[in-house]
Ligand binder design. Structure first.
Ligand code: VGL
Ligand code: ZN
Length: 219
């Protein structure tokens, strides 16, 4: 896409979504090749962006998104919930566990805010902006607005869940929104219609006006 997009260090913000061992190969909810993005994000944090924030998926034990909290259900089943269908996940990102920390190789020195989400026992939060009921705010939009942010660049995991939902939230919160493709990886779940979650997410985001680019495009 647009080769040579200049980063405006005053008003552009990098949001690093859920770069935690729980989502890496060997973790509880592994995203294939997830660890490959860490050096890419570190370069962006050190060489490109002055403003950055990070999120941590941060669930209490027994969280409603865990299959183990629902009798007779297995990970990756879908069940109806008050706010819509919920995919049930393996237990992951449990508050206080080592795998819920930011990834040890992530250079988080430039992350000025670390926001924890998904802490309400009964409600999941894929998006860094709005919890999965679509209305409860995490406060991130207010923080970014107060800081004078105009454009939000997203990196992290997973491209088809928390990154995609965060991009959607960013658009809704009024930001020009970009996804840095080589700084994300997808879970890629098969859907009943035979399509995969990453293809659907990308289509949805393109329809909302989100720009996909690569880290080398950023100058
Ligand atoms: C995520 C599923 C459940 C993510 C978090 O970070 O994309 N996916 N919780
Ligand atoms: Zn989660």
């Amino acid at each position: 896409m647009s080769a040579g997009l200049h980063v405006d260090q005053r008003t552009d913000v990098l949001a690093v979504i859920d770069v935690q061992p729980t989502f890496m190969p060997g973790g509880e909810l592994p995203v294939p090749d997830g660890d490959a993005i860490v050096p890419v994000i570190n370069r962006l944090l050190c060489d490109r962006f002055r403003h950055a924030c990070a999120t941590q998926d941060w669930h209490p034990p027994g969280h409603a998104s865990f299959a183990s909290s629902h009798a007779g259900r297995r990970p990756y089943d879908t069940i109806p919930m008050p706010h819509g269908d919920q995919i049930l996940w393996p237990d992951h990102a449990v508050q206080g566990s080592a795998n819920a920390e930011l990834h040890p190789d992530l250079d988080s020195r430039r992350c000025q805010l670390v926001l924890r989400k998904g802490w309400r026992p009964e409600l999941d939060s894929y998006s860094a902006f709005f919890e999965n009921d679509g209305t409860t705010s995490t406060g991130l939009g207010g923080w970014l607005t107060d800081r004078g942010a105009r454009r939000l660049f997203l990196a992290g995991l997973a491209a088809d869940y928390c990154v995609a939902w965060s991009a959607e939230g960013a658009v809704r919160a009024g930001f020009d929104t970009f996804v840095i493709e080589d700084a994300t990886r997808a879970i890629s779940m098969a859907r009943p219609d035979g399509r995969t979650s990453d293809v659907l997410a990308r289509e949805r985001l393109l329809g909302l006006g989100v720009t996909f680019l690569r880290s080398a495009d950023l100058g």
